[in-house]
Design a protein. Structure first.
Length: 371
């Protein structure tokens, strides 16, 4: 058996990658665009359950873009220092970065479930079962128990399913992927690509991962995209270009609004296998003007709070839509106004909760021991 090796280039940031860091602000901006697409998609899937009639019917692919982007960013941020900081400190860093909003998203989901003005709470679950659903949501333990919510892995905050797989990817990165040479990482990525193709072919799409009956589809989605993002960083596949944030935003949105057709599973698979990694490589090699740089920074900062806090409102919108069937101007106002409102809420959450909590938790950490 060949012993797994760690190449020196994996442990040290090269001058090229350090130089490229200033351009990663475009990737931050694209993360915000993808989060916004998810919000609009979640609104519109109530209106058009048949995704072929939905103008943003492929918006769910934003999650695969997130996974690919995460692999690239995690590699860039930790490949050169995980050995010195240690696995436990890495896990602490990721928990501080991600989990405060997991908790808040669960709380908001519980409040929306109990006090939704468009769906009276019946008490059908009972205090004990509802508490169990809530605790599983807080601790990211999949519990697909809510029938009326399509057995989501996390009934109180549906988007948490992708955070569960993000945690799994981070765990595998620290214990396995970090130690792999580029050759082994490439082989693993190709195996994950095969698994992704099989999942897409079997299901007819890449929508799965969020519910009990498609749980393992999420494993295939994160396995390929996270590994591909990490491989892009390790291989330094950064493509210098002048497309800029606006151009790349248009290219990213094209993936979400592409039409459905009979062989849709093929187009979705090709987008995830090749198009998203290409956009990450282009985003890492692109630059922006000072004005757009501020927009990119804001977009990146707001993306995770928006993603993790929006679904409580989506459930209320869904209940309202089911009962009242708004159309035309009213529907447009609800979706557009609701999206703007959610961006505002996400900003307040970021400033008033997420950043202060993360600062507090970081201040309580013991400095890592020097080797």
């Amino acid at each position: 058996m060949h012993q797994l090796q760690v190449h020196p280039n994996h442990l040290k940031a090269t001058p090229d990658t350090l130089k490229a860091k200033q351009h990663f602000v475009v990737l931050d901006g694209l993360r915000g665009v993808a989060a916004l697409a998810v919000v609009v998609f979640h609104f519109m899937e109530w209106v058009y359950p048949d995704f072929s009639k939905n103008f943003i019917g492929q918006g769910f692919l934003a999650v695969d873009f997130f996974f690919c982007l995460s692999g690239f960013v995690i590699g860039y941020a930790y490949d050169d220092r995980l050995s010195s900081m240690g696995v436990m400190e890495f896990f602490k860093s990721r928990l501080i970065r991600l989990h405060p909003l997991v908790v808040l998203g669960s709380v908001l989901g519980l409040l929306a479930f109990l006090f939704d003005p468009f769906a009276a709470y019946t008490g059908a679950y009972g205090t004990g079962k509802l508490l169990l659903v809530f605790l599983c949501s807080v601790f990211l333990i999949p519990f697909p128990a809510m029938k009326e919510r399509s057995f989501n892995l996390f009934g109180l905050n549906a988007p948490s399913w992708s955070l569960f797989w993000e945690y799994v990817a981070n765990l595998v990165y620290a214990l396995v992927l970090y130690r792999l040479s580029r050759r082994y990482l490439a082989a693993l990525t190709m195996l994950a690509a095969v698994a992704l193709c099989l999942v897409s072919y079997r299901a007819g799409n890449l929508l799965g991962g969020w519910a009990g009956d498609n749980f393992w589809d999420g494993c295939a989605r994160v396995s390929y995209s996270f590994s591909a993002g990490l491989l892009i960083y390790r291989a330094n596949w950064v493509i210098k270009n002048r497309i800029g944030f606006i151009g790349l935003t248009i290219l990213l949105l094209l993936a979400f609004v592409m039409p459905h057709f009979e062989w849709n599973w093929v187009s979705e698979t090709l987008v995830v296998l090749f198009y998203f990694p290409l956009l990450v490589a282009l985003g890492a090699g692109s630059s922006v003007s000072p004005g757009l740089q501020k927009l990119c920074v804001f977009s990146g900062n707001i993306s995770y709070p928006l993603y993790m806090t929006h679904y409580a409102v989506i459930w209320m919108f869904g209940n309202y839509y089911t009962s009242n069937k708004p159309a035309g101007a009213e529907l447009f106002f609800l979706v557009a106004g609701g999206t703007v409102l959610l961006i505002g809420v996400a900003y307040v959450v970021m400033v008033g909760y997420d950043l202060p909590v993360r600062r507090y938790l970081s201040s309580k950490r013991r400095p890592p021991k020097s080797n």
